[in-house]
Design a protein around this ligand. Structure first.
Ligand code: C2O
Ligand code: CU
Length: 395
């Protein structure tokens, strides 16, 4: 893939290819993997797309505002043998903070957002439309690629009256399984590919709801059946997608590391001195990784908070000692999610972003086979900007 990028913004930016395992120099992080691209300047990204799947791209500069205003795109790498479906569609799910004047609210990175749950909006959209009515036909099988591009909002989706199969998470295939009640749980940055059999009747309408914000379910869209019907027989279970060439971690010989997230409002700052806390907050920094506010040094350079030996398996035990949920994202890798609160998962999941609930411990593992300086951060963009982004070096 080769992208000739021209920055038409009045400010600097870069493009990050979220979830792709690419060479570090193409990762699009300003002052880490490349110089920022100034207004009117150009940069050429070129790399081989190694993994098939659903990915996306977005700026990595002034992220809350640039992504929040809608600068992002979907990147699909097709499978050599795609699954048999009638249609393959994309739902880009977003959330907007709109004021009474019907304009996007300013105050990007407002301290209240940065120190609490991030910039939560008041309007959810699918593909840029509020509560879209999405046409389907009785009997058809549809692949839907769900992508949460919101700054901060977490979605727990339900397609009422339907039983989607989950076939990939964060672009990486999983053994297909039926989504149970909380399985379409998407933090910012995450993707889930589902295969849905449209088992409703002609002319039926079914709600698509989010139950994260409100347990009774807020409608964010609707499946609207046409009057026709496709084949009448039940379809076979979907076959698994072919796995991507990711080296499996060697867990018996893994090197172990611990990462502790702290800070934030509602008690998370405990353990810091009052003076230290006040200084931090005055600069708009609210979050800690392993007890430190993460930011570049006075020379503008980022320094790694963790260095991993190349080609070894590493297990990161991550502890969320804050009062908030965080989607934690690592660049350049798809990691195995091993365990939550020390309980092994019953599925083999490869992700680039993983949700952590308050007080939760999540263990992830990967082979450090992609050298370079990789950002590791919360994908709630106002947290990322307020200290919850550090650099991991693979050398
Ligand atoms: Cu989509 Cu640094 O992330
Ligand atoms: Cu966060």
């Amino acid at each position: 893939m080769r992208v000739n990028f021209l920055n038409g913004l009045p400010e600097e930016t870069t493009i990050h290819w979220h979830g792709l395992r690419l060479p570090n120099a193409m990762d699009g992080v300003p002052d880490v993997t490349q110089a920022p691209v100034g207004p009117g300047e150009r940069f050429t990204y070129s790399f081989t797309a190694r993994d098939a799947g659903t990915f996306w791209y977005h700026p990595h500069s002034n992220s809350s505002e640039q992504i929040g205003r809608g600068l992002h795109g979907v990147l699909i790498v097709e499978e050599r043998t795609p699954p048999t479906v009638d249609r393959d569609i994309i739902w880009v799910i977003d959330d907007w903070l709109v004021g009474r004047d019907a304009r996007l609210a300013d105050a990007w990175n407002a301290p209240h957002h940065a120190s609490h749950a991030g910039r939560y909006g008041n309007i959810a959209t699918i593909n840029g439309r509020t509560r879209p009515r999405m046409s389907v036909d009785a009997g058809e099988r549809v692949r839907i690629r769900l992508i949460n591009v919101a700054n901060a909002r977490i979605f727990n989706l339900h397609l009422e009256g339907h039983a989607p199969w989950i076939v990939a998470i964060d672009g990486q295939p999983v053994e297909p399984f039926r989504a149970a009640s909380d399985d379409l749980y998407l933090g910012p940055g995450m993707r889930i590919d589902v295969i849905v059999d449209m088992t409703g009747e002609p002319a039926q309408e079914s709600r698509v709801v989010d139950t994260y914000a409100n347990a009774r379910g807020v409608e964010i869209g609707r499946l609207v059946y046409g009057t026709g019907r496709r084949q009448g027989e039940a379809l076979p279970d979907p076959a698994p997608l072919a796995r991507n060439p990711i080296r499996p971690p060697d867990l018996r010989r893994a090197e172990r590391h611990e990462i502790i997230f702290g800070g934030g409002a509602m008690g998370g700052m405990m353990g810091m001195s009052w003076g230290g806390m006040q200084n931090m907050m005055r600069e708009g920094m609210f979050w800690l990784i392993n007890g430190d506010v993460m930011r570049p040094g006075s020379d503008g350079a980022w320094r790694p908070f963790l260095t991993l030996r190349r080609d070894r398996t590493h297990i990161l035990r991550m502890r969320n000692r804050t009062a908030f949920d965080h989607p934690i994202h690592l660049h350049g890798y798809s990691f195995r999610v091993l365990a939550r609160n020390s309980r092994p998962l019953d599925r083999r999941l490869l992700q680039d972003t993983v949700m952590m609930a308050p007080d939760e411990t999540v263990d992830i593992a990967f082979v450090a086979d992609n050298p370079g300086d990789w950002m590791f951060h919360c994908h709630i963009l106002e947290h990322q900007n307020a200290g919850m982004m550090g650099m991991i070096r693979v050398a």
